[in-house]
Design a protein around this ligand. Structure first.
Ligand code: BDR
Ligand code: CA
Length: 310
């Protein structure tokens, strides 16, 4: 069986970690690299977390450190959700491996050539690395088979500000560059995430699986789960996991809508908002395919399987 090469740009992050477990668990995809962004927490932590997760699943995939800050303006991280270190502050033993010396943006370009026309690129964090790669080589989109982005809030029901979602709001200029450069980006936005929660109790049952992965994930996610119960009630929402489910198994999508979408860069209340031209008023071509509804049972089965594996 030929496996689809999968490159993941990520800022781990508790929900990134679940998405990575799903990717490592999938027999039809081969993870060829992890390029690391700053976002949920600072780059030193997100790189270390990625390396640690690879160690937990015993996977030798190369990890490439990216850019430590947004392109233009400093942004607030999400340590209050994911823990100061991004992995729930459980004081895990340091990973043995270190990151590669190649910069993430250069790794994206090199891997796009190595797997030209076949590469599935999934972005689970702010789009800084991808934007830099595009500035270095604007032909990148020609070599990408699919780009799936977790980001945005398509009717402006944001999570970090009233109107904006975290990954786009962290580096709006980068998101603008990416959404403008690719003819078609598959978007899994925050509002889709909110529509695909599952009960905490069900998730806790999956965490009881007798696997190293489940034990590790139980530990790193505990703090975020407590926070989520307080903030969001009885359902657990895992943004990057939903994006990964859609990336790995697009047949699970039940409703997708294509529209033109841009990023607000200047708004006083709306910087980082993703503006979808629902009525196609401005005559621009559709550039995003927005996931509205995904097979919930298929999503949950993938999450449960990823936790039980190994
Ligand atoms: C996104 O922001 C981050 O905090 C999560 O890891 C996810 O990628 C959700 O808005
Ligand atoms: Ca993320």
């Amino acid at each position: 069986m030929t496996r689809i090469p999968l490159l993941i740009d990520t800022d781990p992050g508790v929900d990134d970690a679940l998405a990575l477990l799903m990717a490592f668990d999938d027999p039809h995809h081969e993870v060829v690299g992890l390029t690391i962004a700053a976002g949920n927490v600072g780059l030193a932590h997100t790189v270390r977390n990625a390396l640690k997760l690879c160690e937990v699943v015993d996977h030798p995939v190369p990890v490439f450190a990216g850019t430590p800050a947004p392109l233009l303006h400093p942004a607030r991280d999400a340590g209050y959700v994911h823990g100061t270190d991004g992995f729930g502050d459980i004081a895990y033993d340091a990973p043995v491996r270190t990151a590669e010396t190649e910069h993430a943006a250069l790794a994206i370009l090199r891997l796009s050539h190595a797997h030209a026309g076949k590469l599935l690129l999934v972005a689970l964090g702010p789009l800084t690395n991808l934007a830099l790669a595009l500035k270095l080589d604007s032909t990148l989109p020609e070599r990408i088979a699919r780009l799936v982005v977790m980001g945005g809030a398509v009717t402006a029901h944001g999570n970090i500000t009233a109107a904006a979602e975290f990954n786009v709001a962290f580096d709006p200029e980068a998101a603008h560059i990416v959404f403008s450069a690719f003819a078609r980006t598959e978007v899994v936005d925050w509002e889709a995430v909110m529509a695909h929660g599952f009960p905490h109790q069900r998730f806790e049952a999956w965490l009881q699986a007798p696997s190293k992965r489940a034990r590790f994930y139980d530990a790193i996610s505990r703090r975020t789960r407590d926070w989520a119960v307080d903030r969001r009630g009885e359902n657990w929402h895992s943004a990057d996991a939903l994006a990964m489910a859609h990336a790995l198994h697009p047949a699970g999508a039940l409703e997708i809508v294509e529209r033109p979408m841009t990023v607000e860069l200047a708004g006083r209340h709306t910087r980082g908002a993703t503006i979808v031209d629902w009525r196609r008023e401005e005559g621009r071509p559709d550039n995003v395919a927005i996931l509205l509804r995904y097979d919930q049972a298929a999503f949950e089965a993938r999450v449960a399987s990823a936790l039980a594996a190994g």
